[in-house]
Design a protein around this ligand. Structure first.
Ligand SMILES: [Fe+2]
Ligand SMILES: [Fe+2]
Length: 338
């Protein structure tokens, strides 16, 4: 798989260049001590010694996660001005603002590993960095706000809860708050779906159409199947990754099926069936990995639009950054004079 073929916010670990060897030959004692701390479930902090591969993997993962949060504001930001009521508008606005906050915590966590927010942001705007494939799909109707909250934020929770126990302290701590907010996002999305499903036949059809369009891309968010995943062993040994892509995807399907049944909606998978083996699981049909590859390689429905929107916002916000820097410089002079 080419570099950057990540999928879910943080499933960026199947890349050859992120799995830089620990170099135990160069630092045998530090490496052994580091791994012993990880094995003892100790948290690694910013000033602690760490292998370069660990640092690089985390910078890549956390920055991709941060980029996903702020690009993820765009599909929903699209509906703030057209929300059907003041209550819906206020809730959606709060949700989109939460995503900006998630981006901020995560850029700050990445900065503790030695890369500045400006550098990371430049990588995104120049097209050198990746973000979650899901945000390259359009939000066509109001029901998409329901489907995105329910399924996209729901998938994000599946992936992010184990990250609250990630071995890197600043990332794990950021995830605790992020997960609480994601849980609100998921509920608000599900509640939109429920309202539509209890409404007119046209509203219910709109909810079904949104589910039909978002379901498969959400399953793709968990990344390539385990058979195609390389190098996740190292991330597992470092206790960054705790579940495989397929394990998380299965958990998500198992959670989603009864939720869809409660709504009275049909998941768009004719091969979906209940398998009583192994505690009972809902087995899903074949995923179109060609679509996934196309979206990741820049050919999704909205790839160009998303980056163009981020670049425009960055340029239009230049005066704010300049004013903040000028103010900070003046405050520093006053402080010195005092
Ligand atoms: Fe988020
Ligand atoms: Fe969210």
């Amino acid at each position: 798989m080419p570099q950057g073929e990540c999928a879910l916010y943080t499933q960026s670990l199947n890349q050859a260049d992120t799995a830089t060897p620990v170099r135990p030959v160069d630092y045998p004692e530090q490496s052994a001590r580091f791994q012993a701390r990880i094995d003892a479930d100790d948290r690694i902090e910013a000033n602690d010694w760490m292998p370069e591969g660990y640092r690089k993997t985390l910078v890549r993962q956390i920055s991709q996660h941060a980029h996903s949060e702020i690009v993820g504001m765009l599909p929903e930001g699209n509906w703030i001005t057209r929300a059907p009521s003041l209550r819906r508008k206020a809730t959606l606005l709060a949700k989109v603002q939460d995503e900006a906050g998630h981006g901020l915590y995560l850029y700050a966590a990445a900065e503790t590993l030695g890369r500045s927010r400006e550098e990371l942001f430049d990588d995104l705007l120049a097209g050198r960095a990746r973000y979650s494939s899901i945000f390259n799909y359009p939000t066509l109707t109001w029901a998409d706000m329901g489907a995105v909250g329910w399924l996209v934020d729901g998938a994000a929770i599946m992936n992010q809860i184990p990250l609250c126990r990630c071995s890197y302290g600043p990332y794990a701590r950021a995830m605790i708050r992020v997960c609480k907010e994601e849980s609100f996002h998921q509920r608000q999305g599900y509640e939109i779906m429920l309202t539509l499903c209890r409404g007119t036949p046209e509203q219910k059809a709109m909810a079904q159409d949104a589910l039909d369009r978002w379901y498969w891309p959400c399953l793709m968010m968990f990344g390539p199947p385990d058979g195609d995943s390389l190098h996740s062993d190292q991330s597992t040994a470092w206790k960054i990754k705790r579940f495989s892509n397929d394990e998380l995807r299965q958990k998500f399907v198992d959670a989603t099926v009864p939720q869809a049944q409660y709504l009275g909606l049909t998941l768009p998978d004719p091969d979906l069936r209940f398998d009583p083996a192994d505690g009972g699981h809902w087995r899903y049909g074949a995923i179109d990995w060609e679509e996934f590859r196309q979206v990741l390689s820049g050919n999704g429905p909205c790839n160009r639009e998303r980056l163009a929107a981020r670049r425009k916002a960055h340029e239009e916000g230049a005066w704010v950054r300049e004013a903040a820097a000028a103010y900070a410089a003046r405050q520093a002079v006053h402080k010195q004079a005092a």
